[in-house]
Design a protein around this ligand. Structure first.
Ligand SMILES: [Cu+2]
Length: 90
């Protein structure tokens, strides 16, 4: 993660694995299940998604998951409009 974006917009995670979210800069983020539709937050948790609620203060790392269900899952940052990532589990 950068200051207000995910550096990668999509990542693939093998089923059953966890995902490290790394905050590379001195910026806070609050990552939860859901996405941004334009400037509107959509806090939807897809069926089979692990619950994600990870707060970052800057230059830190947290592990989310495991992602035990194959599918497409979305995470977003509640404090940075448009900051979102797609997780593909297979
Ligand atoms: Cu953020």
């Amino acid at each position: 993660m950068g200051a207000s974006t995910f550096i990668e917009s999509e990542v693939t995670v093998p089923k059953g694995q966890k995902l490290d979210l790394i905050d590379n800069v001195a910026a806070p983020h609050v990552i939860k299940n859901g996405t941004w539709n334009g400037s509107t937050p959509d806090p939807t948790t897809e069926p089979g998604a692990p619950t994600v609620n990870a707060s970052f203060t800057g230059n830190d790392k947290q592990t989310v998951g495991p992602f035990n269900t194959a599918g497409t899952f979305k995470l977003y940052c509640t404090i940075h409009g448009g900051m979102k990532i797609t997780i593909i589990v297979k």
